[in-house]
Design a protein around this ligand. Structure first.
Ligand SMILES: Cc1cc2nc3c(=O)[nH]c(=O)nc-3n(C[C@H](O)[C@H](O)[C@H](O)COP(=O)(O)OP(=O)(O)OC[C@H]3O[C@@H](n4cnc5c(N)ncnc54)[C@H](O)[C@@H]3O)c2cc1C
Length: 499
């Protein structure tokens, strides 16, 4: 690592850390990012996986957040069309819910607040409807259809890390930031790789993008004066076999005034979430409780013709929102906007700390972070990330590209190629090479995962464990039996790893 100081040390390999590392590296700064676990191993793989303005934030008058998020939705759709896809939402309505005029007005605003959009605008719909009332109880007679997007949150994080590395950043996973102090106008930081000896490195600026750990990281930094706090609010999801065969999602109004999403997931499944549960510690926020499972099932069953039971749940996940503490009493009302704070010492050795934020706004957050740091790095380049596609994203028309790939790899099977294209976009040929038959890809672990792709993840995308591959680089784990998942773990086990 040498004695020359880095420009930027970024702590945290979630979407915000990866986004800042990419932006800064692309402006010519020397960047290192440290992530204590795997990339996106915390909140950035546990979201509802939507790139959205957040319809419900309109009710809280968070117009600035909704406007910026809607504008960003259009930008991100262009940058990563393989992992960000348009999704129609159906909002069923009855007399017990928010009045029709209010929803109509909200959607009118939602269609326009972010400026010109390429997605279809909202329309009212009456039920029964061939498509838009699929799976709903016949009691619902009307509703609305509007547009948002879905995203593979973990892969968006990895795509940013890949781009950061391509621009010269060093990405160190399984490496913990232990602490830092200012020495002679620079940061001296201690980092500890999980395998190997701790190291010291020097950096001109430090970025704390540790998500739920943001205050823990602040506590490890000597002399910082940032006293803002974070609100830890857990959100959980359940996965069930698909509840209808159409392609749209539902947004369901709950009697507690919250909304619950019912989203088509991984072809065969439906994702239902989320909850808002304040937690005192991050550990408390990593598992769904039985009460949350019952809450989500009850929310869905108010609308679904065929009621779900707890035994239908095939998978769950929970994550902690690192929200900026704005003093709101209700966890659903704490701002989802991000807040950036900079602390410096005689205009040297700045510390930039990230509070809150959404997957949707990560790129804007990174741009704002760089704006706050520009005085310290006058040589840094201009904003650039709004137009340069993310790795895998240079497919002008996703469906046409997928058809091309299916024709090129016809011997590998349509569904299999579809899965690879959705993960890697224009990098698909880098993964599949000139394979014409399934045997060319080595072992087939099940769920559409092959030895060739696992080796690619290890060589190119920092994957080390079965969880990295089964739940973050892909969602193949969802389509596999337990013994198949174990075989991936065994394949990846290194000599000396514990059983
Ligand atoms: C239930 C739920 C649903 C959501 N749904 C949506 C949605 O649909 N759309 C949307 O736009 N947003 C959504 N969000 C918000 C979004 O997921 C988060 O705002 C975003 O993922 C936060 O990213 P981050 O990089 O700040 O944090 P994280 O992803 O948590 O990353 C922080 C990283 O820092 C690392 N770290 C911590 N301490 C150290 C250390 N000492 N050394 C090294 N590394 C360290 C952690 O391991 C972690 O990986 C949702 C959030 C939740 C919880």
């Amino acid at each position: 690592m040498g004695t020359q100081a880095l420009d930027l040390l970024v702590v945290g390999g979630g979407i915000n850390g990866a986004g800042i590392a990419r932006d800064a590296a692309g402006r010519g700064l020397a960047v290192t990012l440290v992530e204590q676990g795997d990339l996106a191993s915390a909140t950035s793989s546990g979201s509802s996986k939507l790139i959205h303005g957040g319809l419900r934030y309109l009710e809280q008058y968070q117009f600035k957040l909704v406007r910026e998020a809607l504008m960003e939705r259009e930008v991100l759709l262009r940058l990563a069309p393989h992992i960000i896809r348009p999704l129609l939402f159906v909002l069923p309505h009855d007399a017990s819910m928010r009045p029709m005029w209010m929803i109509r007005a909200g959607l009118w605003l939602y269609d326009r607040l972010g400026g010109p959009i390429t997605l279809p605008r909202s329309v009212p719909v009456t039920f029964p409807h061939m498509e838009f009332s699929a799976g709903l109880k016949p009691d619902f007679r009307s509703g609305f259809v509007y547009s948002d997007c879905r995203v593979d949150d973990a892969r968006l994080t990895i795509a940013n890390a890949l781009s950061a590395r391509a621009k010269g950043a060093t990405i160190l996973t399984r490496t913990r930031f232990e602490g830092a102090k200012r020495v002679d106008g620079e940061w001296e930081a201690r980092i500890a790789p999980r395998a190997g000896a701790a190291q010291t490195l020097r950096a001109k600026a430090l970025v704390n993008a540790a998500g739920p750990w943001v205050v823990d990281v602040l506590d490890r930094i000597q002399g910082d004066r940032i006293t803002d706090k974070v609100r830890l609010v857990k959100g959980s999801h359940i996965v069930v076999p698909k509840v209808h065969s159409q392609r749209h999602a539902y947004i369901l109004q709950n009697p507690d005034k919250r909304v619950v999403f019912v989203i088509p997931y991984e072809n065969d499944f439906t994702l239902i979430g989320t909850t808002d549960v304040p937690v005192a510690s991050i550990d408390e926020g990593t598992r769904i409780t039985t009460d949350e499972i019952r809450y989500l099932i009850a929310a869905a069953n108010r609308f679904l013709m065929k009621p779900l039971a707890e035994s239908d749940v095939v998978s769950t996940y929970a994550a902690v929102r690192p929200l900026y503490d704005d003093g709101s009493a209700n966890p659903s009302e704490v701002t989802r906007d991000f807040v950036l704070k900079v602390d410096h010492d005689a205009f040297k050795a700045p510390l930039l700390t990230v509070f809150g934020g959404k997957i949707t706004t990560y790129r804007r957050l990174a741009e704002d972070a760089m704006k706050l740091l520009e005085n310290y790095f006058p040589e840094a380049g201009k904003p650039w990330t709004a137009t340069e596609v993310l790795p895998g994203g240079d497919v002008r028309n996703f469906n046409a590209f997928r058809d091309d790939m299916q024709a090129r790899y016809t011997g590998l099977g349509r569904n299999f190629v579809d899965g690879v294209v959705r993960r890697h976009g224009s990098r698909t040929p880098q993964v599949l090479g000139d394979a014409t038959l399934p045997e060319a890809l080595g072992r087939h672990f099940g769920g559409g995962l092959t030895q060739r792709e696992v080796e690619y993840f290890v060589a190119e995308e920092w994957a080390e464990t079965a969880d990295d591959v089964l739940w973050r680089r892909t969602k193949c784990g969802l389509h596999m039996r337990e013994d198949e998942r174990r075989s991936v773990a065994e394949f990846l086990r290194k000599p000396g790893d514990s059983e």
